[in-house]
Ligand binder design. Structure first.
Ligand code: NAD
Length: 254
């Protein structure tokens, strides 16, 4: 796809990755419309859990070639410590919010017979991520959505790309609470490596959209993903080790 002059719509567009994507698409010559929760300075104030509002925003766009379902939240902790509100909110924002975005955009892209759908998942959607179970569950759903939608969408000339990074340097790394006293940043860095810059991820996403790549799994995340496919038992043991290390560190911290 040629991004020069393309219309791009991004949810969660003022967050760490969303803003980097907006900047990268804009510098490629695209017309970018960001949306985000009210008060954050996006072009459109929008809660992705409100299906009617998302549909109406998408219907009102002058041009739509690329839709990026990027808005997301992180909820974690030991499962016994996570209340229903955390589970429900994870499902509402990370799954229903994506469905609310993808369905009206897909309809519009089908009518024009071209376009690209970018779904922001995570390495947590490809491999077990204890202490972030609700988050991992929702991101696995997005990986499943992308894999199943992609061949259907191709019939209409529409690309589907799923993005599965490990840690990215954004406020999300400090958002979820892995367990009382735990530290999600420390946990993720220990298990999946240092966070990448949002701008570096954005460059990979643009390249994927241009070339209609199915997946973006950057750097160390790709290594871990491959390991989980070729040596699943070993990977499971390493994942469990990482969890125990974090729980011990959290207990020492008090
Ligand atoms: P972020 O917190 O900086 O950005 C998330 C954005 O989503 C924010 O602007 C927030 O306001 C918005 N948002 C949250 N709830 C919303 C709602 N109900 N309606 C509309 N907007 C809402 O975090 P980020 O790292 O930029 O996250 C962007 C996406 O990337 C998320 O889907 C996240 O799961 C995914 N991701 C992040 C990392 C990471 O390490 N940062 C890794 C893998 C995947």
């Amino acid at each position: 796809m040629d991004l020069n002059g393309a219309g791009v719509f991004i949810t969660g567009g003022t967050g760490g990755i969303g803003a980097a994507l907006a900047a990268a698409f804009a510098s490629a010559g695209a017309g970018v419309v960001t949306s985000d929760l009210p008060g954050l300075g996006a072009d459109i104030d929008l809660d992705v859990t409100d299906a009617a509002a998302v549909a109406s925003a998408i219907a009102g766009l002058d041009r739509l070639d690329v839709v990026v379902a990027n808005a997301g939240i992180g909820v974690g902790g030991l499962v016994e410590d996570i209340d229903r509100v955390g589970w429900d909110r994870s499902i509402e924002v990370n799954i229903r919010g994506v469905v609310n975005t993808v369905l009206p955009a897909y309809e519009r892209l089908q009518e024009q017979g071209s376009g690209s759908i970018v779904l922001m998942a995570s390495l947590a959607g490809l491999a077990g991520t204890p202490l972030l179970t609700p988050y991992a569950m929702t991101k696995s759903a997005i990986v499943g959505l992308a894999a199943s939608l992609r061949p259907e969408a191709a019939r209409h000339g529409i690309g589907v790309t799923v993005v599965c990074p490990g840690p990215v340097e954004t406020p999300l790394l400090d958002e979820p609470t892995p367990t009382p006293g735990g530290d999600v940043r420390r946990y993720l860095i220990a298990s999946a490596g240092n966070p990448m810059a949002p701008s570096a991820l954005a460059d990979l996403v643009l390249d994927a959209v241009r070339k209609d790549k199915a997946k973006v799994i950057p750097g160390r995340a790709k290594l871990l993903w491959r390991l989980s496919r070729f040596a699943p038992n070993l990977t499971d043991r390493e994942i469990a080790k990482g969890m125990h290390k974090e729980l011990e560190a959290a207990a020492r911290q008090g």
